[in-house]
Design a protein around this ligand. Structure first.
Ligand SMILES: Cc1cc2nc3c(=O)[nH]c(=O)nc-3n(C[C@H](O)[C@H](O)[C@H](O)COP(=O)(O)OP(=O)(O)OC[C@H]3O[C@@H](n4cnc5c(N)ncnc54)[C@H](O)[C@@H]3O)c2cc1C
Length: 490
């Protein structure tokens, strides 16, 4: 059987590519390495948050048509302009993000979500995670306002059903292992399915098989010593297969190969993601508390910025601590404000009615130092500045070796709680080089005929850090472009 387009991968980028290809090509095959019950890649593990540029409620209504007049009246959605999105990308990637691809990411963010909505994917506003209620009105604070209905599982399910209805074939348990190439480019894929090796011909191939974060050896080889000790937050299937296949076919390696998205993740979480818990092992409320390491010392500015702009780089900082873990410490004043993930049953938590009692329970940790550190922190808080979670409130500490810049609450109201976290890697930043048509570029700087790529395995867009919710947007925007380009080439 010959295909017009074969898409390698079964997550958001792959399914968007397949849907887009189906608008101008007929025979489309999606190869998903995972069995059906584990399909959907990292995309399925997400909360389904999409970072979109929008000018106000009218733009949001174009992707969330069921937003009611009452909801609009009771919510301050603010705006998140293309300029703000571009600024966030530039600032967080330390001005290394590819300017052409970043412009497309930003400018196509809303139109791509509108296209997904028109194809049948439903979105809602992320009230629960990205807005705080102040004076009876919800206010969105981090430029991240839209999520897929049903989160990541809902997104993948919707895309899969739409793809099947559009006549797209999906093979599960089908691992692409090589590309069929000759001097004229790429002509298909070699796949292992049911212990058999098959050669499948296609006029064009889209690679959307995720990064290499679940490959322990590559992680350590490219990110450096210690990275074999990180836990993988998402799918165990993203081991860099498609990156390797493309490199073997002459593709250029591109982007931040030693960099990755990595967050605070429960110290006792399993080695790779658990779909029953999803993203529940993450612990993202650190801006309201303090971090302590095994030496009993603070080591990072927990309030440097909104969590959307720090969470993706602090996993690395935790990995660098003694014994590769840390405690997040809160008091009762902020308990109601802690995110849902602090209330799951698989949580590593200790509590105490005094700071003395709490530090005595911190396993593997110098309690004496920890107590001194927490007391010094309490004494350094500018309590004259009011706490406000919706803005960078400037309620800081002063004269500490590492100050906290915002949201510095004293730890004075029992019971106190401490949560043990380690580093959870989300995805690798390095990968393949693509042009603005999502065509893969070879190491001579020329496009490889018949080969396209999208999503996590594309390098050059994210470096060092990442604005929350950009991964799904990235997969959708470039998946749509890759699928369209591949279908036109077919
Ligand atoms: C816990 C968690 C929460 C997250 N939350 C968010 C969020 O809310 N918003 C956001 O924007 N981003 C979030 N992210 C990041 C986001 O998941 C990724 O950026 C995005 O989903 C990547 O999409 P993708 O399609 O490129 O990769 P994936 O969704 O990972 O898909 C890759 C697919 O390729 C398949 N595959 C691998 N190798 C092969 C092979 N050899 N042959 C065939 N198939 C193969 C895999 O099985 C998988 O289906 C989160 C990630 C995690 C882990």
């Amino acid at each position: 059987m010959d295909y017009d387009v074969i898409v390698v991968g079964g997550g958001n980028a792959a399914l968007c590519a397949a849907l887009s290809a189906s608008e101008s090509a007929r025979r489309i095959l999606v190869l998903e390495r995972a069995p059906e019950d584990e399909a959907g890649g990292n995309s399925r593990f997400t909360a389904g948050l999409f970072r979109l540029a929008y000018r106000g409620p009218d733009d949001l209504k174009s992707v969330i048509p069921d937003l009611s007049a009452e909801e609009i009246a009771n919510t301050d959605f603010g705006t998140y302009t293309e300029e703000q999105f571009l600024d966030d990308m530039a600032r967080l990637t330390e001005y290394r993000c590819d300017p052409d691809l970043t412009e497309i990411l930003v400018k196509q963010s809303l139109p791509t979500a509108q296209w997904m909505r028109n194809r049948g994917v439903r979105f809602t506003a992320a009230w629960g995670r990205q807005a705080f209620k102040i004076g009876g009105k919800f206010k969105f604070w981090g430029g991240l306002t839209v999520e897929a209905v049903g989160g990541g599982p809902g997104l993948v399910e919707a895309e899969t059903q739409i793809a099947k209805k559009a006549g797209i074939e999906i093979w599960y348990g089908a691992r692409a292992i090589d590309l069929l190439t000759d001097d004229d480019g790429v002509h298909g894929v070699v796949v292992r399915k049911n212990k058999k090796t098959l050669q499948l011909k296609a006029k064009a191939v889209v690679l959307a098989a995720g990064g290499f974060q679940a490959n322990t050896e590559w992680r350590t080889r490219y990110m450096g010593p210690g990275w074999e000790l990180a836990k993988v937050r998402g799918t165990r299937f993203n081991t860099g297969d498609a990156i390797r296949m493309a490199l073997d076919a002459g593709a250029a390696a591109h982007g931040n190969w030693s960099g990755c998205h990595a967050v605070a993740w429960d110290r006792n979480a399993p080695e790779t993601g658990d779909l029953a818990v999803g993203d529940g092992f993450q612990k993202h409320s650190y801006p309201w508390g303090v971090y302590i390491n095994a030496d009993g010392k603070r080591f990072v500015d927990e309030g440097a910025d909104f969590r959307n702009y720090t969470y993706a780089k602090y996993g690395r900082v935790i990995l660098q601590q003694p014994k590769q873990f840390a405690w997040q410490i809160f008091d009762a004043k902020v308990k109601a404000q802690l995110r849902d993930e602090y209330r799951i049953k698989q949580v590593t938590r200790v509590t105490g009615n005094s700071l003395e009692e709490l530090v005595a329970k911190l396993d593997d940790t110098n309690g004496e130092n920890a107590l001194k550190e927490l007391k010094a922190y309490n004494a350094a808080v500018r309590t004259d500045i009011p706490f406000n979670p919706n803005v960078k409130d400037g309620r800081c500490t002063e004269n500490l070796p590492i100050n906290k810049s915002n949201w510095a609450n004293t730890l004075d109201t029992p019971p106190f709680e401490a949560y043990a976290v380690t580093c959870g890697i989300t995805f690798s930043f390095g990968g393949l080089k693509i042009n603005t048509d999502a065509q893969v570029i070879n190491s001579d700087g020329e496009p490889i005929k018949g080969l396209y790529a999208a999503g996590e395995l594309v390098g050059g867009i994210f470096w060092f850090n990442y604005p929350g919710g950009s991964g799904l947007t990235n997969g959708s925007v470039f998946g749509k472009i890759a699928g369209g380009s591949a279908a036109r080439a077919a």
